[in-house]
Design a binder for this molecule. Structure first.
Ligand code: UGA
Length: 437
């Protein structure tokens, strides 16, 4: 099939490359010239495992191209909208300007039989507004909604073999025909039995924010338990293991620690609350305000813990931070809990040195006042406390005996409950963590 993908960020670039891998003819379109030039040269403008190889393969097959020219979509029949919907400045609501502008630039290219597929995370009601524009343009095209559930770090796998497909369409012949076209696009994954749910537009839009809200709630639940553990001397990791064995609860997304960040969970729960307010059902989502508060409190608690291990004050103390990305296997620093803690400690007078395997360049742009170094050894040199704030595998593999040789004081604070306290204590370290004695 001939496919255009509007937006070549984390979602769109991966989607475009994966669609080409499936055998489709794909053009990726974005307004950022620099990113398009990099993608066209086979270099992703962000870190995503497996993407460079996939891009190279797809580009050399001749089935994948990138351009800033929106009219290139005229050759395609299926058009994916993959642009970002960040949080608005000074507001909880989502900024829909990129989605509206992408659809606006696509309208002149639409023709009868074309299908516009919304993948961006949007407030419920957005698809209906965009559908109206598609219909008003008398193009004969139809819009459907097909939310994306990919996780950064696993984006290629999640796109090629998703755990489910959700389609949302109007209950008309055109809507059904559009869903059938999407079946052709995803024929390979569907043929292996991937579950598919056909729904209305509103449900399909809600599914995405509901899923992210549930995940955020699960993380904040365990972090609230961590607060209880801190007050009672209990161990939140044992608690999570224990309740996680109940199949109704499950152990996934019950890792207590510094909480969630990134370009999705935080802004999605806020945009969801804002939308519920507009719909007159704000009460239904007031619990998400608490989810947000528990999450943000973890960052404050981490700075307090750093102060505690430094003997009551961090002023003038040398602190090493391992991790800047919002999670491992990503160079994304949007709303990164690690950077938020590092910056807060710096503002409160500590000398903070941050390292990360992939995110330093991005982090430097956002927090130019922080000191960034490349390797762990340099980061911890002379440190009076080491804070593990993003659980990169290389940090989990650190040898505590060896690391001890480089620090001024062997004190480690595990912000992700990812290290083995027994091993670190046996190597002479003072080990502290959130929600653990
Ligand atoms: C999230 C969802 O997991 C995806 O399903 C969704 O498609 C995506 O948002 C999106 O909306 O596009 P992502 O932002 O890549 O994916 O990251 P997650 O793996 O969900 O992690 C989010 C944050 O939660 C990270 O900061 C992570 O460190 C934290 N986390 C995760 C915890 O603190 N504890 C856990 O147990 C799990």
């Amino acid at each position: 099939m001939r496919i255009s993908v509007f937006g070549c960020g984390y979602l769109g670039a991966v989607h475009a490359a994966c669609m080409a891998k499936l055998g489709h003819e794909v053009v990726g379109i974005d307004v950022l010239e620099e990113h398009i030039a990099m993608l066209e040269a086979g270099r992703p403008p962000f870190h995503e495992p497996g993407l460079p190889e996939l891009l190279k393969e797809a580009l050399s097959s001749g089935r994948l191209h990138f351009t800033t020219d929106a009219s290139a979509a005229a050759d395609a029949t299926v058009h994916f909208i993959c642009v970002g919907t960040p949080q608005k400045k000074h507001e909880n609501a989502a900024d829909l300007s990129y989605v509206r502008s992408a659809v606006g630039s696509l309208l002149p290219s639409l023709k009868p039989g074309d299908v516009v597929v919304g993948k961006s995370t949007v407030p419920v009601g957005t698809a209906e507004e965009l559908q109206e524009r598609v219909h008003e343009a008398q193009s004969g095209a139809e819009l459907i909604w097909n939310p994306e559930f990919l996780r950064e770090g696993f984006a290629v796998k999640d796109t090629l073999t998703p755990d489910r497909f959700v389609y949302g369409a109007e209950p008309t012949e055109q809507g059904r025909a559009a869903m059938a076209v999407l079946d052709e696009v995803y024929a390979k994954a569907l043929s292996t039995g991937t579950p598919k749910i056909e729904a209305d537009l509103a449900t399909a839009q809600l599914v995405k924010v509901a899923a992210n809200s549930f995940l955020a709630t699960k993380i904040s639940f365990i972090n609230a338990m961590a607060e209880l553990c801190e007050a009672t001397g209990a161990d939140v990791t044992l608690l999570a293991d224990s309740i996680g064995h109940d199949a109704r609860i499950g152990r996934k997304f019950l890792n207590a620690g510094l909480g969630f960040g990134g370009g999705c969970l935080p802004k999605d729960i806020r945009a969801f609350m804002a939308r519920a307010g507009e719909l007159g059902v704000a009460d239904a989502l007031t619990f998400l305000r608490e989810v947000d508060s528990v999450n943000m409190r973890r960052r404050v608690r981490m700075v307090d813990l750093a102060r505690e291990v430094c003997g009551g004050s961090i002023v003038g103390r040398t602190i090493a931070v391992l991790g800047a990305a919002f999670k491992p296997d990503s160079d994304d620093i949007r709303d990164s809990p690690a950077l938020s803690v590092a910056a807060q400690m710096q503002l409160q007078g500590a000398h903070v040195t941050v390292t990360d395997p992939k995110a330093i360049d991005n982090a430097k742009k956002k927090w130019p006042d922080l000191v960034f170094v490349d390797g762990v050894e340099d980061a911890v040199a002379g440190a009076e406390a080491v804070l593990l704030l993003t659980e990169w595998p290389e940090y989990l593999a650190l040898d505590p005996e060896e690391l001890r040789q480089h620090v001024a004081a062997p004190v480690i604070v595990d912000g992700r409950n990812a290290l083995d306290p027994v091993v670190w204590r046996a190597a002479g370290w003072t080990y502290r963590a959130l929600g653990r004695p």
